[in-house]
Structures are given as structure tokens and as C-alpha cells.
Design a protein around this ligand. Structure first.
Ligand code: KG4
Ligand code: ZN
Length: 388
């Protein structure tokens, strides 16, 4: 089954064709970084307009790269939420109209389910190339960690009678009570004038700093120990910067970068590093290490509580090199498998939406004519609600 996936929940317009939920024939992602970078974050109205401009060409390009005409795809899958409502609507309306015009089945996909399927998809691709590679396991604990989300799920693959493919069941074990981890990276980078998006910049710069230089302590909260909170850490960074020499240094970087932008240039990694003092590099390294330790600790605590044998980590922050290293080390030390998508599939893309959509389509699910976008769209049931 050839599924055309469409994703437009935030600031990437994406389309992909995936065969049988496991072979990527094409995956096109049009990034809007250049539109939003001078604001240090995504501007929703600009994002919707960009999606409108790009959606048609991006879908055409995905079909062309797969060597297909639209009439040759078997079905469509589109992200229905969660995300920015104006951005989501562009993809949903486009997907609905195309499915209607082609008289093909359509299914709506939860963006978070897409991130979970990115891991599965990647693992299948890797195993097809090398059967020695460990198979991704179910049930597992999956951490979806991105600019908009930080959520822990228990994921089960349930075989259904007479069907070739399993149905997936998601139980929410914990989530952030305030900022998402990626949002904390982006806000700290904005405060220190390091560029946008902040995660990749901090990842690259932090290797030059000492992660033990600043002790931010551990994030403590009452209630569910599998919930996250990053706003306190972000504020702690803010207090260290405000009124200190770091603030003047950041102001200098801000001016330097806007001058470069006016000349149509972007700083290289080395140039940016040369514009950062040791104190700034140490602060960034300590911040990153605190976030990563917290993510790893709670994910492994969830895996232990759920008695699963593997963990998945997905979403944009799953690109973080320290997170990839520490999560793998900690999981293996506990005898658990640890699976990540490749960098290209960890951030927003439509291949993961097509892959997640495939299992729904295979189970006979079809979008109702009322399919629409949802800014808030929780995936699965909450473990707390389950216990009531
Ligand atoms: O999954 P994604 O593309 O979009 C959302 O669904 O939010 O994730 C984007 C987020 C941004 O906050 C970005 O700063 C973060 O992922 N990110 C990273 C890294 N690469 C992207 N955070 C930390 N380290 C990275 N290497
Ligand atoms: Zn995402």
C-alpha cells in the first residue's frame, strides 16, 4: 500500500510516500527556519502563510521523487493535531481535498503517534539493510521530546484477530507541566542570542563547555514522578544572565548576528563559538546536561515501573548528541534496548505520518468527512485516568 503522508503542524511543510508502512520512497521537508529565525521562535501567522505557499509544490515534489503520479498512491494520511491551528488546517484541508479529488481513502494521524512510528520505521529500514540489528520491542516506553512536547508513553502493539498488522495502544505515563524540553533549549538560546532553533546550536556549542560548572540541582516536583518541568531551569538560567557580564556579551552577539543577517550571511559554528566566553559555554553545557539527565532518569524510571525491555526516544530533541549517548548508556546498563530514529526522521517529517497512517488504514480506519485540525489533541489514554 502506497501512502502519501502530509505534515504541517508547526514550521515544516512536509510530504512523503511510504510503501507498506516501512519503505520510504520519498520524504520532502520544506523548513521555515529562515522565516522565523529573526524572531527567535515560530510566528504562527507567518507559519500558516508559508504552509499555504509551499504545500502544493512539496506534495508534487514528494510524488515526483517517488516516481509516482497522484493517481498511483493508494491512500493519504494527514496530521490532524496537536500543533498550531492555522498550520494544521493547511495540511488537513489540502489532504481532504486531494483525497476527495482522487477518490482515495484518507486517515487523520496524531503528530505524536507519528513521532513514535518514526522509531519503528527507522528500525525496520535498518533491519532490512542489516538483519543483525536488534528488533524494536513492544511493549516499550517511548519518550517524545520536541519543541512542543515532552511526553512519556507506554506503547503496546496488540495483534488483532485475522489482521496482519497490530493495532497500537498508547498510555500516557507523564508529561511536561510547563515548557517542552525543546522549547527550553530554544528560549535559553534566544536569551543568550545564540540563534534559532536553539537545540542544534546548544548541542554543538556545549561540547566546548564544562557541564559540571553550574549546579542547577535536580528538578523536583510533587505528584507524578514521571512528569517533567523545565520552566524553573529556564528561569534559573535567566537569573544567572540578567545583570551579569553574560547579558552584555549576549547583546553584542545579537548585534553581530543581525548585522550578518543584513548582509545575507549566517555565522558558522566556529565563528559563533569564538563569540562566546568560557562562562557562556559552561552555562550552556550545564543547562544541556541538566535537561538530558532529567529526561534520561524519568524515561528509565518509567521503563522500570512498566517492566518493559526497551525504550524509544523520538522528536526533535532526540537529535541531541548528549541525549543519544546518555540514554543509550543508561538503558544498556539496565539491560534495556534503546532505539532512536535517524536525525532526519527525529525532527518533523511526513514519512512518520504516512507510516503511522498505514497501520490505521490497514485496520480499516477512515477519516470522517468532518475531519478537522485540533490544536490540542492528546494521544492515548492517561495512566492516571486508567487508575481511577
Ligand atoms: O520535532 P520537532 O521538529 O518539532 C516539534 O514537534 O516541536 O522538534 C523541534 C525542536 C526544537 O525545539 C529544536 O530546538 C529541538 O527540537 N532540537 C534539538 C536538537 N535538534 C532539534 N534540541 C536539542 N538538541 C538538538 N540537537
Ligand atoms: Zn514534532
Amino acid at each position: 500500500m502506497l501512502v502519501l503522508g502530509i505534515e504541517s503542524s508547526c514550521d515544516e511543510t512536509a510530504a512523503a510516500v511510504v510503501a507498506d508502512g516501512e519503505r520510504i520512497l520519498s520524504s520532502v521537508v520544506a523548513s521555515q527556519i529562515l522565516t522565523h529565525e529573526r524572531f527567535g521562535g515560530v510566528v504562527p501567522e507567518l507559519a500558516s502563510r508559508e504552509h499555504l505557499r509551499r504545500i502544493g509544490p512539496v506534495v508534487d515534489e514528494a510524488l515526483a521523487r517517488a516516481g509516482l503520479t497522484s493517481a498511483q498512491v493508494d491512500a493519504l494520511a494527514v496530521t490532524e493535531g496537536p500543533g498550531l491551528i492555522g498550520s494544521l488546517l493547511v495540511g488537513v484541508v489540502y489532504g481532504k481535498a486531494l483525497a476527495e479529488a482522487l477518490a482515495k481513502p484518507l486517515v487523520g494521524v496524531n503528530h505524536l503517534e507519528g513521532h513514535i512510528h518514526a522509531v519503528l520505521l527507522e528500525n525496520k529500514i535498518a533491519r532490512a539493510a542489516n538483519p543483525e540489528i536488534e528488533a524494536a520491542d513492544f511493549p516499550n516506553v517511548t519518550l517524545v521530546v520536541s519543541g512542543g512536547h515532552t511526553v512519556l508513553y507506554r506503547v503496546e502493539a496488540q495483534p488483532s484477530a485475522g489482521a496482519r498488522w497490530p493495532r497500537f495502544r498508547y498510555t500516557r505515563l507523564g508529561q511536561t507541566r510547563d515548557d517542552a524540553a525543546g522549547e527550553a533549549f530554544d528560549k535559553v538560546a534566544k536569551l543568550l542570542a545564540l540563534g534559532y532553533p536553539g537545540g542544534p546550536v546548544i548541542d554543538r556549542l556545549a561540547v566546548h563547555g564544562n557541564s559540571d560548572a553550574v549546579d542547577f540541582g535536580r528538578v523536583r516536583m510533587k505528584g507524578n514522578p514521571l512528569d517533567f518541568s523545565f520552566s524553573g531551569l529556564k528561569t534559573a538560567v535567566l537569573y544567572r544572565v540578567r545583570g551579569s557580564t553574560l547579558e552584555n556579551e549576549a547583546e553584542g552577539r545579537r548585534r553581530w548576528q543581525s548585522d550578518l543577517r543584513r548582509e545575507g550571511k549566517r555565522p558558522s559554528g566556529d565563528e559563533l563559538r569564538d563569540h562566546c566566553s568560557r562562562e557562556t559555554l559552561d552555562l550552556i553545557a550545564s543547562f544541556q546536561s541538566t535537561v538530558v539527565n532529567d529526561l534520561v532518569e524519568r524515561t528509565l524510571a518509567a521503563a522500570e515501573a512498566e517492566a518493559v525491555s526497551s525504550v524509544f526516544v523520538s522528536g526533535g530533541v532526540a537529535c541531541n548528541s548528549l541525549l543519544r549517548r546518555r540514554a543509550a548508556e543508561a538503558a544498556h546498563a539496565q539491560g534495556l534496548g534503546c532505539f532512536f530514529p535517524s536525525l532526519a526522521l527525529a525532527t518533523d517529517n511526513a514519512a512518520m505520518i504516512a507510516a503511522a497512517g498505514f497501520f490505521k488504514l490497514a485496520a480499516g480506519e477512515r477519516a470522517a468527512v468532518t475531519l478537522t485540525a485540533h490544536a490540542s489533541f492528546p494521544l492515548g489514554v492517561s495512566a492516571a485516568a486508567d487508575k481511577q
